[in-house]
Write a protein that binds this ligand. Structure first.
Ligand SMILES: [Zn+2]
Length: 452
């Protein structure tokens, strides 16, 4: 007998399905980890192993985070990196990150995931690209499994250090043969291509300014041989573009195309300066973009032209980016910033609230190459979140509860369900002892930053 869950009587249930249905008094019925029925509560089975009444709540598909560096939760708001652009910010923080330990990776991953789940996020990627002192991707995968979050673990890498004209210190780069061997190892050990998979592996050299052409090409061959996605940073700001032109004689988009880094199995973070031709290329090839508005503002990188990208057919998802350049991991807040920033750049109709929510759900699912998450319908994974409309933040905003979710102060999820399992109940994580975790996280952060 499958385990069943019935969530019903939502003020509004936003399906984000192909018809973008919003159901007043809606609910869903779940068997094990899959949605079996979605609709007005009166049309659903009357009982289940667990019944949750969502009166006064708005329910949305679980949000999808397409770009993060969770270890950076240990180095938020570091004063020396507080007022720098990308390259200066990185150079300040690299030596600190060089002291990371496996325990720090595990704890910071849990902290970052707690933040995400409390913001309604159910699937996240993480781009880990520093592996000092015995750190491994395995450390963050183990943490994700403990916490119960759907996880796309990106095996990042840096191979071109300062002495070879790259940005990172030599001590933080790995040999390319080792990177490829370890990427192969984690794919074979952890990657699950099946529908409803909780763990997938992504091949993800850090950026054009920290790895070689060869590694980018070899990674693409390896990823495609195994059928895993590829991810990196691209065209983040003007200096990033200048580096690409100087070193490779190509724009970032041309460089990506030259390397075979375009296609529906590839997504790039930022793309603030992708350019008109780059946007057309990405649209034509179905290459995805992880839009990270808070980070782009924090580092003064610019405004990614998301409106234009969507018009040109570029798949766009949302990313909180690393916690050292955000310095938050609240995905609903990120959707709000996406909405606001697009308007700063391109006018009041550049993005609607519902489009911002669509990018955060369906958009992210497409970017990660998944057909089982991002909207609520029978056969989809049971990933959803509920927000309490009686919260102070929504006072006076109930004429449009869905719009309110994006326009009002970013709320905490009251309920988050991942793969049919309640991971946030009444606004509290069920798989994490939050005060204990935060205390441990802060202790490790102090050790890391002080070098002691
Ligand atoms: Zn990033």
């Amino acid at each position: 007998m499958p385990k069943t869950l019935l969530a019903r009587n939502a003020a509004v249930l936003v399906t984000m399905d192909d018809d973008r249905r919003e159901i007043r008094g809606g609910g869903l019925y779940v068997e094990d980890n899959r949605i079996v029925a979605v609709g007005p509560s009166g049309t659903l089975p009357e009982t289940a192993d667990e019944v949750i009444d969502l009166g006064g709540h708005v329910v949305v598909p679980g949000l999808v985070n397409t770009h993060h560096h969770m270890y950076q939760s240990l180095t938020r708001a570091v004063p020396a990196a507080a007022d720098a652009e990308l390259f200066g910010w990185l150079k300040t923080l690299y030596p600190i990150w060089g002291r990371l330990t496996p325990e720090m990776i595990a704890v910071s991953t849990k902290t970052a995931m707690a933040e995400l789940m409390l913001s309604g996020c159910t699937t996240t990627s993480d781009h880990l690209y520093v592996f000092p002192n015995g750190c491994r991707l395995d450390d963050s995968i183990a943490a994700a499994r403990e916490v119960g979050m759907r996880f796309h673990a990106s095996r990042g890498a840096m191979s071109v250090g300062e002495s070879d004209g790259g940005l990172p210190p030599d001590a933080l780069v790995e040999k390319e043969a080792d990177i490829l061997a370890d990427t192969r190892r984690v794919i074979e050990a952890f990657h699950d291509p099946a529908r409803h998979a909780m763990t997938r592996i992504v091949a993800a050299p850090c950026s054009p300014f920290s790895v070689s052409r060869d590694l980018m090409r070899e990674t693409a061959h390896l990823a495609r041989a195994y059928g895993v996605s590829m991810h990196t940073h691209l065209a983040e700001n003007d200096n990033d573009v200048a580096y690409s032109r100087e070193r490779f004689g190509l724009t970032p988009a041309e460089y990506a195309e030259d390397l075979g880094w375009v296609g529906p199995d590839v997504w790039h973070a930022h793309c603030v300066k992708l350019g008109e031709a780059g946007i057309k290329l990405f649209g034509r090839t179905g290459t995805g973009v992880a839009h990270c508005p808070c980070s782009n503002m924090r580092l003064a990188s610019g405004i990614a032209p998301i409106r234009t990208m969507r018009c040109e057919g570029v798949p766009v998802g949302l990313g909180v980016d690393g916690s050292a350049s955000n310095d938050s991991g609240h995905l609903l807040a990120e959707a709000r910033q996406a909405l606001l920033l697009q308007r700063v750049g391109y006018g009041p109709s550049a993005l609607t609230a519902r489009e911002a929510l669509e990018i955060a759900t369906r958009g992210g699912a497409r970017v990660l190459g998944r057909d089982d998450i991002g909207h609520l319908a029978p056969g989809m994974s049971a990933d959803f979140a509920a927000f309490d409309l009686r919260d102070l933040a929504f006072a006076g905003a109930l004429s449009d509860p869905v719009g309110a979710l994006l326009f009002c102060a970013p709320a905490r999820a009251a309920l988050t369900v991942i793969d049919g399992r309640v991971v946030v109940r009444e606004g509290r994580p069920t798989t994490i002892d939050l005060p204990v975790l935060v205390e441990r996280h802060n202790r490790l952060s102090e050790t890391l930053i002080s070098g002691g």
